[in-house]
Design a protein around this ligand. Structure first.
Ligand code: GDP
Ligand code: MG
Length: 220
């Protein structure tokens, strides 16, 4: 059944009108590492073992409470384009956070992390935050990438690191919450130092502050 959070179904739920910030988050990484499964697990708490080709879904929305703020997450999943390991630059525009994913049972997906990181650095906002996620940690018997290698690569790239499983629901929520916290930390740092990338908002993503009273079309 269609979920009310699917982008295809444009009607907003009432709770969607009410938020302090909106963050656009992208999940990237090689095809079949589990990006769509990870998003479904987080947004809908569901898991489908069959391969579901990513066609027709652009993003899902979830509103969470963090640091006394209502934060609306618009989480984008790549629609099959990741097969070419390059994604249209428009997709990166305005993203404040990335979940860069590989599969711990697939060496090639791990080797591709560097390329994905270069894509992020090339096309995204300078202050965008990245978390490296080694997915499918439930498949210990088929593991080919050790946790240590994952951690070392994350350190090298300057990203935080999690191992996770969309299937067994391990570290999924934690990954998103940590990413939101890192974005919030960066945001307050930038505001403190009056970083024009944020305060001038010339090219950076807009922090949508919904505290202003809604526009009313009054007929009287
Ligand atoms: P995407 O191409 O990156 O979006 O990957 P999918 O989400 O479509 O997943 C590819 C395959 O991996 C599917 O068969 C999923 O059921 C499976 N999969 C995804 N996440 C996990 C996981 O955490 N553990 C296991 N064992 N399988 C997973
Ligand atoms: Mg997919």
């Amino acid at each position: 059944m269609a979920s009310a959070t699917d982008s295809r179904y444009g009607q907003k739920e009432p709770s969607d009108q009410n938020f302090d910030y909106m963050f656009k988050i992208l999940i990237i990484g090689n095809s079949s590492v589990g990006k769509t499964s990870f998003l479904f697990r987080y947004a809908d708490d569901s898991f489908t073992p069959a391969f579901v080709s990513t066609v027709g879904i652009d993003f899902k929305v979830k509103t969470i409470y963090r640091n006394d703020k209502r934060i609306k997450l618009q989480i984008w999943d790549t629609a099959g384009q990741e097969r070419y390991r390059t994604i249209t630059t428009a997709y990166y525009r305005g993203a404040m956070g990335f979940i860069l994913m590989y599969d711990i049972t697939n060496e090639e997906s791990f080797n591709a992390v560097q390329d994905w990181s270069t894509q992020i650095k090339t096309y995204s906002w300078d202050n965008a935050q990245v978390l490296l996620v080694g997915n499918k940690c439930d498949m210990e018997d088929e593991r080919v990438v050790s946790s240590e290698r994952g951690r070392q690569l994350a350190d090298h790239l300057g990203f935080e690191f999690f191992e996770a499983s969309a299937k067994d629901n391990i570290n999924v929520k934690q990954t998103f919450e940590r990413l939101v916290d890192v974005i919030c930390e960066k945001m307050s740092e930038s505001l403190d130092t009056a970083d024009p990338a944020v305060t001038g908002a010339k090219q950076g993503p807009q922090l949508t502050d919904q505290q202003a009273p809604p526009h009313q079309d009054c007929a009287c």
